[in-house]
Design a protein around this ligand. Sequence first.
Ligand code: PLP
Ligand code: TYF
Length: 403
Amino acid sequence: WWSQIKAGAPDPIFSVTEAYRADANPQKVLLGVGAYRTDEGMPFILPCVQRAKDMLGEQKLDHEYLPQGGYSEFNRAAARLALGEESDVLKNGLNLTVQALGGTGAIRLGMTFLSRFHTGCKVVYIPNPTWNNHKNISLNSGMEWKFYKYYNPEQKGMNFCGMCEDIENIPEKSIILFHAIAHNPTGFDPSPDQWKRLSNLCMERNLFVFFDMAYQGFATGDAEKDASSVRQFIKDGHQVAVAQSFSKNMGLYGERIGALTLVTNPLVASKEELERVNSQMKIVIRAMYSNPPLYGARVVSQVLNEQALRCQWLKDIKGMANRIQSVRQLLVAELKKVGSEKNWEHICKQIGMFSFTGLNKEQVEKLTKEHSVYLTADGRISVASLGGKNIPYVARAIHEVSK
Ligand code: PLP
Ligand code: TYF
């Protein structure tokens, strides 16, 4: 049955982990996949999550099926976190929020829904560059994807003019995807003023806006601030989709916990419209995975709904964001110390988990082959995976390949 199958391309991020595992060099360093590590290089269980798990462990919880839309307490908490306590959309019940299988699952669910029900152009415009999976998810959901300009490699910063020019030329009623916060891989986001201009532009072009929010709270350490792009667009009257992930900001990677929110139009919305949308969403879910898993939803809702745990979470994400920021500075200082005369300031300006170092493909290859430092071919490193011990080694290796 399978003899005619040609080998598929490996995932450009997970294949870096596989190559790292196969390397016998004891000094090897993995900076590929975005997973937060402690300063000692260990996976991090957030204290708020540990406490939530302890509290859940004491209860005799059953393992019944969740409804298709997931755990309703979790859904409410996730929507509040994304849209804000004071959100008019929430107060007026203008949102549909369903549990999803991580951020990936939320994007996939949203895209599948749109490919079935979006009445405009079934093309998703994504930033160049972007998280590679956006292309796969669009195609697998039955949509085409196209790039809009985002990054200027010469200046190591955003190409905001190019981005606006491209958006002005997107056909009306297309779908546009934005990273709500901490753009992966570049680490550069629009400023609040620029978001406002993008919101106006998307309104003029009549585009449907899809936010991928995988790093809320994780970027600046302030969960409210990190959601301001989404909230600006909603305030301006956009009917957005928001895909949330709790993989990074609660360290729940393997639990596959996320949420998808659709916002309806306040001018025409009615309970009845939402119910129709919800009924179709349930049909999409039923054919894909029937209903989502329980555990991650229980943990997140415990953390967000218990005042003491929520406070602890805010401390936990602040701690992670601060550590990443200090690692950026240590890395740049160390690069100077080992004699690099290149300008590495962009590493400190970027936000989120990653740094788009500007190293080219050949330099990346050398870094991996000669120094056992593993990163993706585009020169992205997971700063969140660097820690006290390996910073001098990595800085020296980067200097060696870039001088
Ligand atoms: N979107 C972006 C931009 C990401 O970087 C990631 C990475 O994890 C995701 C979505 C998916 O998150 P999850 O692991 O929750 O599926
Ligand atoms: O960009 C990253 O490293 C994370 C993790 O198919 C990830 O977003 C990588 C690849 C993938 C799913 C998640």
